[in-house]
Structures are given as structure tokens and as C-alpha cells.
Design a protein around this ligand. Sequence first.
Ligand code: KG4
Ligand code: ZN
Length: 347
Amino acid sequence: MIVLGVETSCDETAAAVVTDAREIRANRVLSQLAEHAPYGGVVPEIAARSHLDHIDRLVREALDEAQTPLDALDGIAVTGGPGLIGGVIVGVVTTKTLAQVTGKPLINVNHLEAHALTCRLTDAVEFPYLLLLVTGGHSQLVAVEGVGRYRVMGTTIDDAAGEAFDKTAKMMGLAYPGGPALERCARDGNAARFDLPRPLAGRAGSDFSFSGLKTAVAQLVAKISGADGKLAPEDAADVAASFQAALADAVCDRTRNALETFASVYPRARTLVVSGGVAANGHLRTRLGVLAEQYDFDLKAPPLALCSDNAAMVAWAGVERLRLGLTDGLDFRPRPRWPLGEVRGGA
Ligand code: KG4
Ligand code: ZN
């Protein structure tokens, strides 16, 4: 089974070809980072136009690299949401056209579902597993029971984890995107210097909150900045390290609660998966590894290139759905909002 995947829901234009033997034949990703960097964030209108400029070429390149002609495909998968709607429309219209012209089945993939199933492509993880999904737009703890069977155990009540990184980095005057810049800045910092809040820590449940942490950093930065409004390099490193430690503590506290509940429902399950762009964070990964070990769970994290937005994950979700006969007509609507809990699928 060979599936073409297309992803255009945020600021990566991507096309990939993946097989049901877990082979990634091509995985093309064009980042729009440079186009958005001057604005310090993703500009939806610029994103949509840029997807439109590049998607045809990327699809062609992916098929060429995979040495897979269109008529050899078994299906075409596309991110139908959630995401920036102008971009999602570009991917959906492109793939609907391809599906119509070739007569191949079309698979409407939820972007979060694609992140959620990636570990089955990379590590053949078996259902059920507990997923921590931390991206620029989402923070969720999900019991992944099967294809289209996602029990959302916790979600953010304000900012997403990546958003907290990005906004904090911006306040500190670091480059966009904030997550990687903040992690670099924290490298030589003293995480114990500033005592920042761990939102919701110690409370029941697995929801996330990061806005209180962000506000505390804003106040701290205002207090210790120089007359020019800038942080001294040493101070910046300590703020970054303290923030990163507080965020990881908060995430681990929430994940611990979810793990306990999950393990009591599925005593034989042994896998905690972390995915999404924030899973690139080394400190967070280390902390999650320790946590997983305490519960005798394995921590699995897809390689970085497949953790952040890409089309291989969309193609793979397409494979998973196609195997179960879950295809879509040409009449579905692209969705800006589409909670994972609303996705339906297998038995
Ligand atoms: O999954 P992703 O590539 O895109 C979506 O949001 O769907 O995640 C991007 C997010 C951004 O907020 C970025 O700052 C964050 O992931 N990120 C990181 C790191 N690398 C990327 N956050 C913390 N540490 C990192 N090393
Ligand atoms: Zn994503």
C-alpha cells in the first residue's frame, strides 16, 4: 500500500510518500520560517500564499524521489484540519483535484491524529499507548486506543507548551522561533536561580496551564532588565534555564497523573510517547525519560524531523485509515478547529 501525504496547515509546505511497510520513500518539507521571522510569528495570509506557490512542485518532487507515479498510489492523504484555514484549503483543494483526476481514494486526516500515530511509523508502537503531544498550537495528553480512538485526558486551558516557549523567548528578546533559541540560551544557565511557578502542579487531573508561568517571567524580565530594556547574557541564560525547568516540572506533573490513570485502565500498556515540536527539547525529554522509568514505561520519541510538522506523518495516518477502509468523499470541508476527541475511525 502506497500513500501520498500533503501537509499545509501551518508554516511547513510538505509532501511525502509512505508505504504500509513503514517505508518513507520521500519526505519533502519546505519551511516558511524565513518568510515569517520578520514578523515574530506565523502570518496566516503569507502562509497560505506560500503554500499555493510551492505545493505543486513539492508533490511532484516527492513522487519523483519515491519513484512512484501517481497511478501507483493506493490513496492520497491530506491534513483537513485543524490549522490556519487558508493553508488547509490549499492542501485540500490540491489533493481533491489529484483524487478526482486519478480516481484514487482521498483520506481526510486530522493533523493531531497524524502526530499521534507517527510513533507507529517510526517505532511500530502497539495500541494502546499514552501520548503527550506538545506543539506550538496544542498541549494534550491522549490515550491512543486505536485508529480514530483517542481519549483526551488533558488539554491546555490557556497557552500551548510551544506557545509558552515562543512568547517567553520573545519577551527575552530571543530570535523566532522561540523554543530552540530559548533552549540554546538556557544551556549554560542556572535553573535554580529563579523560583518560577509550576502551574497546576500537585492538583488532580492532567490539564495544562502555562499563562501564569509566562506572566511570572514577564515580571522577572521587567525587574532585572537593564536601562536599555535588555537582559545581560548571564541573566538571560538563568531566566531561560529557570523557565525551562519550571515548564518541564509542570508538564511532568500533569503527565504523571495521566500515566497513573492510564496504567490503571491498561495494566499491560508500557509505552509513553512524546511528540510535537516541543519534544525536541532535550531537558524535557530527559525529565520525561526519568518519569517513564519510574512507572516502568518506555519513552518513545519520533526522530526530530518527524516530531515537528511534516507530510510523512499525514501519509502514514492515511495508510492506517486506508487499511481500515476509512476513506472520504470529495465533499468534506477543511476545518480550522477539529478536536482530536471528535475524530472517528476503527472499531
Ligand atoms: O509541532 P510543531 O513543529 O508545529 C506545530 O505547532 O504544529 O511545533 C512547533 C513548536 C514551536 O512553538 C517551537 O518553538 C517549539 O515547537 N520547539 C521547541 C523546540 N523546538 C521547537 N520548544 C522547546 N525546545 C525546543 N528545542
Ligand atoms: Zn503539528
